[in-house]
Design a protein around this ligand. Sequence first.
Ligand code: AMP
Length: 440
Amino acid sequence: MTFADLGLSPEILKAIADQGYTEPTPIQAQAIPVVLEGRDIMAGAQTGTGKTAAFTLPLLQRLLPFANASTSPAMHPVRALILTPTRELAMQVEESVKTYGKYLPLRTTAVYGGVNITPQTEALRRGVEVLVATPGRLLDHLQQKSVNLSQVSFLVLDEADRMLDMGFIPDIRRILALMPPRRQNLLFSATFAPEIKKLADTLLTAPVTIEVARRNSAAETVTQSVYLVEEKKKRDVLTNLIRTHNMRQVLVFTRTKLSAERLFRQLERDGIASAAIHGDKSQIQRTQALNDFKEGKIVALVATDVAARGLDIDELPHVINYELPPVPEDYVHRIGRTGRAGATGDALSLVSPEENKFLAEIERILKRTLPRETPPETGASFRSKRHPVAHSAHAEEVNAEPSALFDTQLLPEQKAPPPATARKPPQLAALLGGIPWKRD
Ligand code: AMP
């Protein structure tokens, strides 16, 4: 299916093409036709699924008959109201409306708390068709009469479950009372707690329910923890963790194939039987490594995200993120390798100060702070110890080199990972498997 199949206008299609999107995501494919028909929807979709465009694109299409270039504020009443729980989300949604509506004479603005209200008031007085707002600040504007909702015919409640968590439901009910009762309502929520269902019952008329697969639900059986470690100490901490936790089978993730290869060699030098799988390995090498891992011939399998995709390993007890992924959803995929089918597992992440921004993103989508643990003591001495479990032939070979055994210096090839800015953020298609962006 293409966006053109959905019956969107050429201006909207051009804006979508400018973004490089080639096909609608599942939530878009399901929601857009229903919204265009004028039906209410109750959609279960999380951030990362493309939900913003799923409501913004058909909304813009529905507003097309009202688009005009007049300078008169009276010609630009608020026709669509999008309520979001946080100012960050309000800003993101406003940005999306501007992006997808860039070829249309429709106005949009966002109002949210924590900033000076005056510029918002001025923007509202000039007139906007699409208003994105957090509930508290919108009520302030309603009170000072800088906005009027009497012509709203489309309402979107985005991330309704977070609104509930943040105690916004009474504010939302107050806002609902100020709008005409005949309007189209779109409710998006990641979860459907009884209170959300109750709100939906009062708000929606014969809604179409749309649900797309949860992409961010980390397996509840997985214990997650974070070790804050300087980049140069990571290798020692990793080796020590594998030893102190007596790990027999651990999948270790790196960001790049170069660091996967380097880390695998270092682990072997530390006496931990390992293999690496990444984009430069042949299928035969990958299969061999995977078999050795499954059979317990190697302890650590070092992998990049792309190479690990689709790995089928039952009841993997440990996952270690040696480097955090810049894309938070990849973290969820990684830790989903353990704790499968009711089994318990643990996922440990070594996080350097440079990676704090990735950690913040991960915690944002998990909606929780991960516990910080103290790294086990590291030092030169442990490297001389051999790991008591199976060693590959290669491990024995490498460990036979005395110079490698007591090396406490940074190895010359150890460098900090590339800065986040050097990496292009993926399009959703990449996250969903289309992979136009080469990360491996
Ligand atoms: P959202 O779930 O709305 O936060 O969107 C997540 C990301 O997916 C955003 O960065 C969008 O730009 C991107 N995106 C939305 N729709 C598509 C699509 N059809 N193809 C590729 N990327 C998309």
